[in-house]
Design a protein. Structure first.
Length: 271
């Protein structure tokens, strides 16, 4: 059932020149928009708005993020009745992570339908993890506004069913910070310590993260957000620590051979 809430009108799709044809994307997501302007907004990156009049997808991304989290939590809760809260949270985190969202977006060729500014286009923005992840959430938000929660739920089930199944087999597979925390705890090491710096303009900032864990500094790793950079650094640390554990020989203590028992000295009687 379409949403009855009142929202600002979406962009008129005829008022701004399309950067690419979104008809293939409509087929891929299986939703024909009653208000096509919502899809236009969902596909419009802020770099486009800096060069043209239009509404960026950031507000729809905010809404879509909440809708996606709700539906994934709902699905995980129903499909995994035996799992505790911590494991359910790991599954959800794996599915809604930026790498997982970008992978899903690539599967429906979302990048080819995006409206990007010239700078983002020339720098490969149509395949950037952060841009794809944000745009996919925006599309989910647009479907929710266009036709309601049931339509958004149908879309999310279509796009994320396989990923949910894989994540359930290995909860927390994308949560490398938690994995690293568990690794160092098992080794009775101090908690990981992250060091983060950033550079670049606000619209294209890059974060550099390193992590000190198990007595060594791992990184730096680069991400489009502080969280993603820390996750990448944690993955480097996990890989290094696990490789070390596999290559280290298991030392078995060797006991010194037991000395033969000494014979008691029996005093001889005098003749």
């Amino acid at each position: 059932m379409p949403s009855t809430m009142s929202f600002p009108a979406s962009a008129d799709p005829s008022s701004v020149p399309p950067q690419s044809d979104s008809s293939a994307l409509v087929v891929a997501i299986g939703h024909e928009f009653t208000d096509p302007g919502l899809l236009v907004d969902a596909l419009t990156h802020r770099s486009w708005c800096a060069e043209h009049d239009g509404v960026s997808n950031e507000r729809l991304e905010f809404l879509g993020d909440a809708v996606l989290g709700l539906v994934i939590a709902e699905r995980t809760f129903g499909d995994q009745p035996e799992l505790p809260e911590g494991q359910l949270a790991k599954i959800r985190a794996s599915v809604v992570s930026a790498p997982a969202l970008a992978e899903t977006a690539r599967g429906i060729s979302l990048g080819g339908a995006l409206r990007l500014g010239r700078g983002e286009m020339t720098s490969g923005g149509a395949d950037k993890e952060s841009i794809l992840a944000d745009a996919l959430e925006a599309v989910i938000g647009a479907v929710h506004l266009d036709a309601g929660l049931d339509a958004a739920r149908t879309l999310i089930d279509r796009l994320f069913a396989d990923l949910l199944d894989r994540s359930a087999e290995e909860p927390g597979g994308h949560d490398h910070k938690t994995r690293l925390q568990e690794l160092v705890a098992r080794r009775s090491e101090p908690a990981p310590r992250y060091e983060v710096t950033d550079d670049g303009p606000d619209h294209d900032k890059r974060f550099h993260a390193a992590v000190v864990a198990a007595g060594k500094r791992h990184g730096p790793a680069i991400g489009t957000s502080k969280k993603r950079a820390e996750q990448a650094a944690a993955l480097l640390a996990c890989t290094a620590i696990e490789s070390l554990e596999l290559s280290s020989p298991v030392l078995v203590p060797v006991c010194a051979p037991l000395a033969p028992p000494s014979r008691p000295v029996i005093p001889q009687e005098s003749p």
